[in-house]
Design a protein around this ligand. Structure first.
Ligand code: ZN
Length: 392
């Protein structure tokens, strides 16, 4: 057993109460077994805190496959949106539900998802998943700002009815090439007023930096072709969003590849967190985010897969490997560090009495190596079994 915040325990056990909380952690001989308790035993397996996926787009789960071959990032984004918009809402809901079951089968018990349809939130509510659904908002034209905010408020109102202690709502002004400065400011004010967490795609491509800093490049050309004025901000994308209080305490900054040391200081001072998505960054040719510098600076960093459209399978083991992590370090990053990045470290991320019983049983040693696909023998969210492979 790997409690993560304490040394590993041979022949370890956890006792979970009816409310879904962990009441005892230790060696099997010392953890009490009340006669009313259901006893589940796994030999030659590793009990770990449930894994945390800090960035997904679960409404895109059905797009896994070959529909996304598009070498140019600008065209690729447009293509994915067209494919998504072509689908009815119930197909998106089904896709998101399939995505959650897939994550559970891999030992993932918490997910930070961004999406525009509300599908992930509805699917998480229906299935009883733990996670945060960040409602995306778009609008590169300042003239669209009021309309985008009306849409966002309505969407958030709807999703909030589904919120619980294990299911949170946030907002996500998508990215600097799809959101105007006016809309960023409006969303930041709304999030502060409504106490909603924020997630942003930030500093992902070089084209994004050129757009924000110089008002040039393919994103600027595409916006001008639509009649939208583009200004050179003379700032990095990180500085641009920190100065507008979009990147603030707890903001989840997704990607952060195109960052320098000044940006990292700004992120730390703002109290932001990073969702590191190495396989997605690699797949799109964006480069490598400076993970070691983030960690040195004390920034909370979790690993995210991004969508199946970017990476194929949502395999956190492969993300850890791509990030150059292994063993206990990889497990820490996929559990307690991910929990910190999402502001959820008091409830989950380690096996400790008082925390929620979010845990996974993985085949022996797989937590020390990249986890193979569909690896979890047992996945539990808030004390409820959500995935189990029955013994042969
Ligand atoms: Zn993304």
């Amino acid at each position: 057993m790997h409690p993560v915040t304490a040394p590993p325990i041979e022949d370890g056990a956890v006792l979970v109460d009816d409310a879904g909380g962990i009441v005892a952690v230790g060696s099997h001989s010392r953890v009490p077994t009340p006669h009313t308790a259901e006893l589940l035993e796994f030999r030659d397996a590793e009990l770990v805190p449930g894994l945390i996926n800090c960035h997904t787009h679960l409404e895109l789960t059905h797009l896994e496959g070959g529909q996304h071959r598009e070498p140019e990032f600008v065209q690729w984004i447009r293509r994915v949106r067209t494919l998504k918009d072509a689908l009815p809402a119930d197909a998106l809901d089904a896709a998101a539900a399939a995505g959650i079951r897939d994550l559970w089968s891999r030992g993932v018990t918490c997910v930070a998802d961004t999406g525009s349809s509300g599908a992930a939130m509805r699917a998480m509510a229906t299935l009883g998943a733990r996670g945060i659904a960040y409602q995306e908002v778009f609008g590169p034209d300042p003239a669209q700002c009021a309309a985008s905010m009306t849409e966002l408020r309505a969407a958030v109102d709807g999703l909030r009815r589904l919120a619980t202690s294990q299911l949170r709502v946030g907002v996500s002004p998508h990215a600097p090439y799809t959101v105007s400065a006016e809309l960023y400011a409006a969303v930041a004010a709304f999030a502060e007023r409504e106490r909603l967490p924020i997630a942003v795609h930030l500093a992902e491509s070089k084209d994004e930096t050129v757009l924000v800093r110089d008002g040039a490049g393919p994103f600027a050309e595409a916006l001008r072709a639509r009649g939208i004025a583009v200004d050179a901000q003379r700032q990095s994308p990180v500085e641009f969003l920190v100065r507008r209080a979009v990147v603030t305490r707890g903001t989840l900054c997704i990607h952060c590849v195109q960052v320098d040391e000044t940006d990292i200081v700004l992120l730390r001072e703002a109290g932001a967190a990073v969702a590191h998505c190495p396989r997605s960054n690699r797949a799109h040719g964006h480069g490598t985010a400076p993970l070691a510098l983030f960690r040195e600076a004390g920034l909370p960093v979790g690993l995210g897969t991004d969508s199946v459209v970017s990476v194929g399978e949502l395999d956190l083991g492969a993300e850890a490997e791509a990030a150059g992590l292994s063993g206990d370090d990889a497990l820490r990053m996929l559990t307690i560090e991910g929990a910190r990045a999402l502001g959820w470290e008091q409830e989950i991320g380690s096996l400790e009495a008082g925390k929620s019983a979010d845990l996974a049983v993985l085949p022996h040693a797989s937590s020390r190596r990249p986890t193979p696909s569909h690896a979890s023998l047992l996945t539990v969210v808030s004390g409820r079994i959500v995935h189990q492979i029955s013994a042969p």
